[in-house]
Design a protein around this ligand. Structure first.
Ligand code: BTN
Length: 269
C-alpha cells in the first residue's frame, strides 16, 4: 500500500482546511518510539502551543494504565498535540474533549457512521474501540505548563478473527469496507480541533461529550487502581470524572479506570 501519510500529503491536505495553530508546526516521522515522548522533549524545549507530532509507526507506543499501544505501519493515525492552556490542572480533561470530539466529528464526516465516547476517553463505533487517548501534563503551582494529548486511531487496520483484539476493536475501514486516506482525515481533525478549541467549555464541549458518552446510564464494571467496582454509571462531571452508583447503594467518584458495559443486565468481562 502507498504511504498516504507522508509529510507532502499532509501539507497538501492542509491546504484545503483552516486548522489555525494546529497546522503551523507539524513534525511527521515514518517511525518513532512514542509520539507523546517526542513531543514531551519538544515541549520542554519551548515548542509553541499547537505543535503536532505525527508518526506512521511507533516502536514503543503507550496506552493508558501502563499498557502498550501497537499498530502496524500504514494503518493508523498516531499523533500527539501540544497545548499550553491557561487552565487549572483539574481542568486538563477539557483538552481530551477537544481532541476526542474533533476526532469523532472528523471520523463521522469521513465514514458517515456514528462515533461514541466510552468513559473515560475512548472512541467507539458500534461498541468497538476505534481510538484511544492518552493525556499527559506538566504542572507548576496552580497552572498547567503544558498538556500533551496523544491519540491513536485505527483507520485502515484489519483485526482478523484470530487477532486478540478482534472482539473489542474496530477501524474505519472495517466498519465501512473502505480505505480512508489518513492525511485527509488528519487535516479534517485539525480543522475540527481549531473550531473546538475556541468554544466555551460549559455550553458546548462538555454537552457534546456527554451526549456522545455511551457509558452513561449503563450498568458497568470498572477496573480501578483500587479494585473492581460494579454498578450504574450515573453522571459525568465537568472534569470528565464518573459518578458510579454501586450495587450496595454507595456512590463512587472515579477519575481513572477501565469500564466494561454489561449486556442485558450481566457483567461478563
Ligand atoms: C489507550 O486507549 O490506552 C490510549 C492509547 C493512546 C495511543 C496514542 S498513539 C499516539 C500517542 N503516542 C503514544 O505513545 N500513545 C498515544
Amino acid at each position: 500500500m502507498m504511504n498516504d501519510l507522508s509529510a507532502e500529503n499532509i501539507q497538501e491536505a492542509l491546504r484545503h482546511v483552516d486548522s489555525g495553530m494546529f497546522g503551523a508546526h507539524i513534525h511527521y516521522y515514518p517511525q518513532v518510539g512514542s509520539t507523546n515522548d517526542i513531543l514531551r522533549v519538544m515541549a520542554e524545549q519551548g515548542a509553541p502551543a499547537g505543535t503536532l507530532v505525527v508518526a506512521d509507526e511507533q516502536t514503543s507506543g503507550r496506552g493508558r494504565m501502563g499498557r502498550t499501544w501497537t499498530a502496524p505501519p500504514r494503518t493508523s493515525l498516531l499523533m500527539s498535540v501540544l497545548f499550553r492552556p491557561l487552565l487549572h490542572p483539574a481542568q486538563a480533561h477539557r483538552l481530551v474533549m477537544v481532541v476526542g470530539l474533533a476526532a469523532a466529528r472528523a471520523c463521522e464526516a469521513a465514514v458517515r457512521l456514528r462515533v461514541d465516547v466510552k468513559w473515560p476517553n475512548d472512541l467507539q463505533i458500534e461498541r468497538k474501540k476505534l481510538a484511544g487517548i492518552l493525556p499527559e501534563s506538566a504542572i507548576e503551582g496552580d497552572t498547567l505548563t503544558w498538556v500533551i494529548v496523544g491519540i491513536g486511531i485505527n483507520v485502515n487496520t484489519q483485526f482478523e478473527k484470530e487477532h486478540p483484539l478482534s472482539e473489542h476493536a474496530t477501524s474505519l475501514a472495517m466498519a465501512t469496507g473502505h480505505v480512508v486516506h489518513r492525511a485527509t482525515l488528519l487535516a479534517l481533525i485539525l480543522q475540527q480541533m481549531h473550531q473546538w478549541y475556541g468554544q466555551p467549555y460549559e455550553s458546548t464541549l462538555s454537552t457534546e461529550w456527554q451526549q456522545r458518552c455511551v457509558t452513561l446510564g449503563q450498568r458497568i464494571a470498572v477496573s480501578t487502581p483500587q479494585g473492581r467496582l460494579i454498578g450504574t454509571a450515573e453522571a459525568l462531571d465537568e472534569h470528565g470524572a464518573l459518578w458510579l452508583r454501586a450495587d450496595d447503594g454507595s456512590r463512587h467518584y472515579l477519575t481513572i479506570g477501565e469500564a466494561t458495559i454489561a449486556s442485558q443486565g450481566s457483567i461478563s468481562a
